[in-house]
Design a protein around this ligand. Structure first.
Ligand SMILES: NC(=O)c1ccc[n+]([C@@H]2O[C@H](COP(=O)([O-])OP(=O)(O)OC[C@H]3O[C@@H](n4cnc5c(N)ncnc54)[C@H](OP(=O)(O)O)[C@@H]3O)[C@@H](O)[C@H]2O)c1
Length: 287
């Protein structure tokens, strides 16, 4: 069985491939990259890489030759992301692959998302389901790994100030979601199942602040902000308008409980309890 992993140069793709290598022969794993240089680390591990861009349907058709199963890792935050994903699904279907897996998000209510860019995940899932291909859907929690980016470099001096209210997130480490995705891909056929990969509990930024306080033995406070105040602060730091809007949407969705779904799927596939918030932060901050 040959598996094509798209987004193979990215963080999640790298984690999936690292674990697939423990479960399958190297010659059955193919990485899709759009930049030849980014394929070099994979080639150094003995992997075949193929060039392909989600915008370039000919490149996708070539990349699918001889492939049995595709993992479509969602692309960046571009406006045409849905079309890009549809291009990958169409190419897989035309090439006669037996099944496709997709990495989306574990958001609770797609109809009421403030961050409208997230809707493409659900639209991609619907497109895959309508394609007639066998599929597996991975709905991933917000990566625990993104917390340092949200709270900022001066978190230990200034604390956490975000417009996320008391909203909670079932954060999970990207590496553990990658491991679980690899296990499902290597050990099961695409059986039209949806996995919701989340941590075992949902935590607020108050919990993040408390965990960072304990780990650093410094007082880290969380102060919920209004979106308007956060926007002013981000503008003063020179962040582009589009990025600020995206961040506000993300944080509003957290406040509105979009990210607090807790599922046991990740623990069941891993065979152990996923790394909890404080242990994950300890790793990320090397504390
Ligand atoms: N659950 C979460 O918290 C969370 C957080 C952030 C993102 N995400 C989503 O999950 C995805 C994977 O996460 P990640 O951390 O692995 O992101 P990442 O490190 O940015 O990786 C994204 C991958 O997609 C590839 N890609 C982007 N546009 C492409 C295109 N047009 N054609 C071919 N490949 C393309 C990138 O290639 P290059 O290396 O050439 O850029 C890269 O390999 C993200 O893209 C995003 O949609 C989820």
């Amino acid at each position: 069985m040959n598996i094509l992993i798209t987004g193979a140069s990215g963080h999640l793709g790298t984690a999936v491939i690292a674990h697939l290598l423990e479960l399958m022969p190297t010659e059955n794993i193919v990485g899709l990259v759009r930049n030849p240089q980014k394929g070099e680390p994979l080639q150094a591990q003995g992997l075949e890489t193929r060039l392909g861009d989600y915008d370039d349907t000919d490149s996708l058709a070539r990349a699918m030759q001889g492939i049995d199963k595709v993992l479509l890792i969602s692309g960046g935050e571009t406006e045409n992301a849905l079309q890009q994903h549809c291009n990958v699904v169409d190419a897989a279907q035309k090439a006669g692959v037996s099944g496709i897996a997709y990495t989306g998000r574990s958001l609770k209510d797609p109809q009421n998302l403030a961050n409208r860019l997230m809707i493409r995940h659900f639209q991609t899932e619907a497109y895959i389901q309508a394609s007639g291909l066998k599929y597996v859907l991975f709905r991933n929690a917000l990566y625990l790994d993104v917390i340092p980016g949200f709270v900022g470099k001066q978190v230990f001096e200034r604390g956490i100030q975000l417009p996320a209210g008391e909203g909670k997130v079932a954060f999970a480490l990207r590496s553990e979601m990658g491991k679980a995705i690899a296990r499902v891909l290597a050990q099961t056929d695409c059986d039209n199942r949806t996995y919701t990969f989340t941590g075992n509990e949902a935590c607020s930024f108050k919990d993040v602040a408390a965990a960072l306080s304990r780990l650093s033995e410094r007082q880290v406070a969380y102060t919920p902000l209004e979106s308007a105040e956060y926007t002013i602060r981000m503008k003063s730091l020179g962040l582009p308008e589009g990025l600020i809007q995206k961040l506000c949407g993300f944080l509003e969705d957290i406040q509105n409980s979009q990210e607090d779904t807790v599922s046991s799927d990740l623990a069941e596939v891993l065979g152990y309890t996923p790394t909890a918030l404080e242990a994950g932060l300890k790793q990320l901050y090397a504390l």
